[in-house]
Design a protein around this ligand. Structure first.
Ligand code: AMP
Ligand code: MG
Length: 321
């Protein structure tokens, strides 16, 4: 198992030796390494078992430092950066030579983010390189929102996890690209589309695909538990009696399901708060996944605010028949 601690100097020591560590952020925990080091970036892909066609997000501590590895920042990107960085926003920007093709999977743009987490920011300020970091889970499984989640799954393969407590946002960042005048949301995430549009006007939303490597994190099946997960309100032949059984679980938004034993149910936010629901989503999926149910039923949230990003995660966690 890895050492779980709060020692920035220790984290720096590993990173400077081209090792990878668990990194707390406000979205989910990352598996971080020196973005300028091929050795460190190669380790990230190996530890995570991530296919190299899935590029990494590069993390830095300030808007000024983005220019260390980005050629130019379009005006609308600058507006978004000033408003929402640090925060759950990732911008796709033209990369400089010091970012290798391995980090971007051969793309000319690099994904850039400033995490809004005090320990992550302190660490980044004390490094003279940015950190490449995907989520710290085995490829395809639910993203980690605590140091313990990281240790449970990757603890054998890494030496250190910086412990920043539970992630405050709990779902991945929103990923935005710029295509001439068009602004494209490639991944719905912790920053609501409504908030983005309040700054730059109407945006386009790119739906997920299983083949297009330009479509970030957009594999159809992702964030998935091992237990079969079925979306209740998308199943036309659903009959309540089918779920009346001790081996089924329910992951709900605000209300319990009358047909499932109470102790088999987790409710994301009894008051119907999207932020609370996002924060609980992955931890609750993990908790239900660990209990050996035959089926987890889940329901969609209203398709607004962070409900959109949460629904996207639930859709992809669902078992593909
Ligand atoms: P993760 O860090 O695991 O949340 O994954 C980050 C996501 O960002 C991946 O799914 C990538 O596909 C996406 N991404 C990173 N860099 C780029 C890029 N240059 N263009 C498009 N998508 C990107
Ligand atoms: Mg991921």
């Amino acid at each position: 198992m890895a050492i779980i601690g709060k020692n920035i100097q220790e984290a720096i020591k590993f990173l400077e030796a081209n090792e990878v560590i668990g990194l707390p952020t406000e979205t989910v925990y990352g598996l971080a390494g020196n973005a300028f080091s091929t050795e460190a970036v190669t380790k990230i892909f190996e530890v995570k078992n991530r296919p190299t066609f899935d590029p990494l997000i590069v993390h830095t501590s300030s808007i000024e430092r983005i220019s260390d590895f980005v050629r130019e920042i379009p005006v609308k990107a600058q507006l978004l950066a000033e408003k929402f960085m640090p925060g759950p926003l990732t911008l796709l920007l033209p990369k400089k030579e010091n970012i290798s093709d391995l980090v971007t999977s051969g793309l000319e743009t690099v994904a850039v983010r400033i995490p809004n987490h005090p320990l992550a920011l302190e660490l980044l300020r004390n490094l003279d390189f940015p950190l490449a970091a995907p989520s710290a889970n085995p490829f395809g499984y639910i993203s980690p929102t605590s140091a313990q989640h990281v240790d449970n799954q990757l603890g054998m393969k890494i030496k250190y996890i910086l412990n920043g407590g539970e992630c405050a946002v709990g779902i991945e960042s929103s990923i935005i690209g710029f295509n001439g005048d068009e602004i494209v949301v490639y991944r719905k995430g912790g920053l609501a589309i409504e908030d983005i549009e309040s700054v730059v006007g109407k945006v386009q939303i790119q739906e997920y695909s299983s083949s297009n490597p330009q479509a970030p994190g957009m594999l159809k099946s992702h964030y998935a538990p091992r237990t079969k997960l079925i979306i209740l309100n998308s199943e036309p032949e659903y009959r309540p009696f089918r779920i009346h059984n001790s081996k089924t679980a329910f992951l709900g938004f605000k209300d319990f399901q009358p047909n499932v034993p109470r102790e088999n149910q987790l409710i994301l936010s009894p008051t119907g708060d999207f932020r609370e629901a996002a924060k609980n989503l992955f931890a609750y999926m993990r908790a239900l996944d660990a209990r050996g149910f035959d089926i987890i039923y889940a329901e969609f949230l209203p398709e607004m605010d962070l409900g959109r990003a949460i629904n996207d995660r639930i859709r992809r966690a669902a078992t593909q028949e």
